[in-house]
Design a protein around this ligand. Structure first.
Ligand SMILES: [Zn+2]
Ligand SMILES: [Zn+2]
Length: 312
């Protein structure tokens, strides 16, 4: 297989961090007992990467972490070499596209706080749902969205090595921004193409927004679409989820891998795509209600292997 030759090609916007020859299988882990126990849980279930909410995802109140706690996380990651990457997920309440000035200001402050924590942890990226324009229109919302991203990046750290913001493709509900790669590309362009702006590709959101990827041909077409729009160099991580809802249903509802409407076979062709090897794919599946388990990580690895075999 010619995997590595395809993943290390020069990036058009900054060098993409390549984590290895094959896709990494990661897991979203809960930080209720603290950041380091969350990382430890990820290591315990065999995840190659973790994703963490650093504050309650449905509350504005920021969690304040001391420099010692953040340094402690970086040290813990060094002590858990099986977990090679940490992603943070921004609070769900953030809406950078809001036409309401008060909500827009709260969103800006919250994004900057989330990014600062992620940067302090040495995180590989802060995944963000851009939000909803609530009917004001994508074009109307675009300048404010772009400005909010630039402000957060500049306020946290002007260093290009600092934590990137990864814009997640939306499932397409309501007036969400980022329901297509064309929209994500427009947002990145409007923000001046900053190298610290990347993209996170969620398989359930793709499915729900009506973008097919179940066959090798469809998966190839999707990767070509991403290359043509945001550019593959910006794709820094994936969210690997099956779906509780049908193709095109525009709802964000995750299911365990193989138990949903996409199915294991429906995910394999995409996971096996050569251009996605080396990218961390984070499970955000329910498990038995407490999030990804060891068996979910194992199942995902099996689907990845099936996908690689399709192209062998
Ligand atoms: Zn996601
Ligand atoms: Zn989702």
């Amino acid at each position: 297989m010619r995997l590595t030759s395809l993943v290390v090609r020069p990036a058009s916007a900054g060098e993409r961090h390549c984590y290895g020859a094959a896709m990494l299988i990661g897991a979203h882990v809960r930080a209720g007992k603290g950041l380091v126990p969350a990382l430890q849980h990820g290591a315990d279930i065999g995840a190659d990467a973790v994703q963490i909410f650093t504050q309650s995802p449905r509350m504005w109140k920021p969690s304040q972490y001391s420099d010692e706690v953040l340094a402690g996380y970086r040290a813990a990651q060094a002590e858990h070499p099986s977990v090679v990457a940490t992603f943070c997920h921004a609070t769900y309440l953030i809406n950078l596209a809001s036409p309401d000035p008060e909500l827009a200001a709260k969103s800006q402050a919250c994004l900057t706080a989330n990014l600062s924590t992620a940067d302090g942890m040495g995180s590989d990226g802060l995944v963000l749902h851009i939000g909803s324009h609530r009917g004001s229109g994508f074009e109307t919302a675009l300048p404010a969205v772009a400005q909010a991203l630039v402000t957060a990046l500049d306020e946290v750290d002007a260093d290009i090595e600092s934590c990137p913001i990864l814009l997640e493709n939306a499932a397409g509900a309501g007036d969400t921004v980022g329901r297509s790669f064309e929209e994500l590309a427009q947002v990145i362009d409007a923000a001046g193409g900053d190298e610290r702006l990347g993209v996170c590709l969620d398989t359930q959101h793709l499915w729900a927004s009506g973008i097919p990827f179940g066959t090798v041909e469809e998966a190839d077409a999707l990767i070509e679409l991403i290359e043509r729009t945001v550019g593959m160099a910006r794709l820094r991580c994936m969210h690997l989820n099956d779906s509780k809802v049908d193709f095109g249903a525009n709802k964000d509802r995750h299911e365990n891998i193989g138990d949903g409407t996409i199915g294991a076979d429906g995910l394999a062709a995409l996971l096996g795509h050569p251009a996605l090897q080396g990218i961390p794919a984070i499970l955000e599946v329910p498990g038995e209600g407490d999030g990804p388990r060891t068996e979910d990580v194992t199942t995902a690895r099996g689907v990845l292997e099936a996908g690689l075999a399709l192209r062998a």
